[in-house]
Every structure is written in C-alpha cells, then in structure tokens.
Design a binder for this molecule. Structure first.
Ligand SMILES: Cc1cc2nc3c(=O)[nH]c(=O)nc-3n(C[C@H](O)[C@H](O)[C@H](O)COP(=O)(O)O)c2cc1C
Length: 173
C-alpha cells in the first residue's frame, strides 16, 4: 500500500503527511509515483475542484485505488461524502471520504485564481444574515477572509478507522 496525493496549495499534502506518519506508509505526489508502486494498492488524496477530485481519473488508471480522500473547503457532512462518491464514479469496493482542508486566495495562481474570483461571491452568500460572532467562528468564512486551514489529524478519524479495519497496521492504526 502506498499513499498518493495531489495538492495545489498544501492542505491535501499535509493530510497525506499525517497519514504517512500514522500508518507508516510512504506518500508521494501524483507527479512522482515510483514505478515500483504502479499497479499496486493505493490510498489517494486529492483536492476538490468544482466538485471533482483532482487526479482521481489518472490515479485510478495507474494504481488499484482502495480509498479516496477528497479535500475541499466545504464543511464535512455525509452529503459531501456521497456527492464526492457520485461525482468521481467510485465503485462500492472503493472507500470514499471527504474532509475539510483549507483555502487561501492569496496562494492561488492563473485559472484557479480567476475561477475563485467568480465563485467566491456565491459562497459568501451563505453567510448573509449571520451575526459577526457566528461568521468569525466559521472556518469557511475565515478561509474566505484572509485564508484559513482546519487540517488536523482528528479530521482523519474515519480514515484511520477504515485503515485499522483493513489491516493497515502503523504507529497508531
Ligand atoms: C478552482 C477551485 C475550485 C474549487 N472547488 C471546490 C469545490 O467544488 N468544493 C469545495 O469544497 N472546495 C473547492 N475548492 C477549494 C479547495 O478544494 C480547497 O481549498 C482545498 O483544501 C485545496 O487543497 P490544497 O491546499 O491541497 O490544494 C476549490 C478551489 C479552487 C482553487
């Protein structure tokens, strides 16, 4: 088993590194998968772009993907996990998880920056009518206002439980 990831601004990479530590499995960016791991079992982490998991199509041709962890800016919910599963067309044999990562417009470049300039006002509408206090406590609001990340091991609790169930022994699993 190997961990492969695609990260644009670093949040997904951080989750991959946490998993690497916890499961004692090597992690590689999708652009640099050693030949020895091609065709083998993989845990894949990809950032979410317009509802899709970046790199999933490519990795599913390269490796036997046992588990997908999508990292977006939307808060976690069972609906986000289900939507992600549908959007990527993962079969029932593939475990799918969705976790909240982070967002910082200052770290974006090129097309991604332009797309989010258009999309951000729509996301901001979610906060209309909320008190200042509520807004300032909301991670997604903080992401839009100056950048913020919620990346931490606790968001991977379900993934780690899946790893234990599937016999992936590591430091903590
Ligand atoms: C062009 C673009 C589209 C995005 N689309 C979504 C989306 O559909 N849903 C979501 O939850 N987050 C979306 N995001 C936010 C990223 O998925 C989020 O910032 C993620 O944590 C980035 O991971 P990274 O730091 O590893 O690149 C989008 C970000 C960009 C730049």
């Amino acid at each position: 088993m190997v961990i492969i990831y695609a990260s644009n601004t670093g949040n997904t990479e951080k989750y991959a590194k946490i998993l690497q530590e916890d499961l004692n499995i090597p992690a590689y960016p999708i652009s640099n998968v050693p030949d020895v791991h091609k065709g083998g079992d993989a845990i894949y982490l990809g950032w979410v772009m317009a509802g899709n998991v970046v790199g999933y199509k490519k990795i599913s041709k390269m490796c036997n993907v046992k588990c997908v962890i999508a990292v977006g800016m939307t808060p976690e919910s069972p609906e986000m996990t289900e939507t992600t599963r549908k959007n990527i067309g993962a079969g029932p044999e593939t475990a799918v998880f969705y976790v909240q990562g982070g967002y910082d417009a200052k770290k974006l470049k090129g097309a991604n920056k332009m797309i989010m300039k258009v999309v951000e006002p729509t996301i901001r509408k979610r906060f209309e009518g909320m008190s200042e206090e509520e807004k300032n406590e909301n991670p997604t609001y903080k992401m839009l206002n100056g950048g913020y990340s919620v990346v931490s091991e606790e968001h991977l609790a379900d993934v780690l439980a899946w790893a234990v169930e599937n016999g992936l022994k590591g430091k903590k699993a």
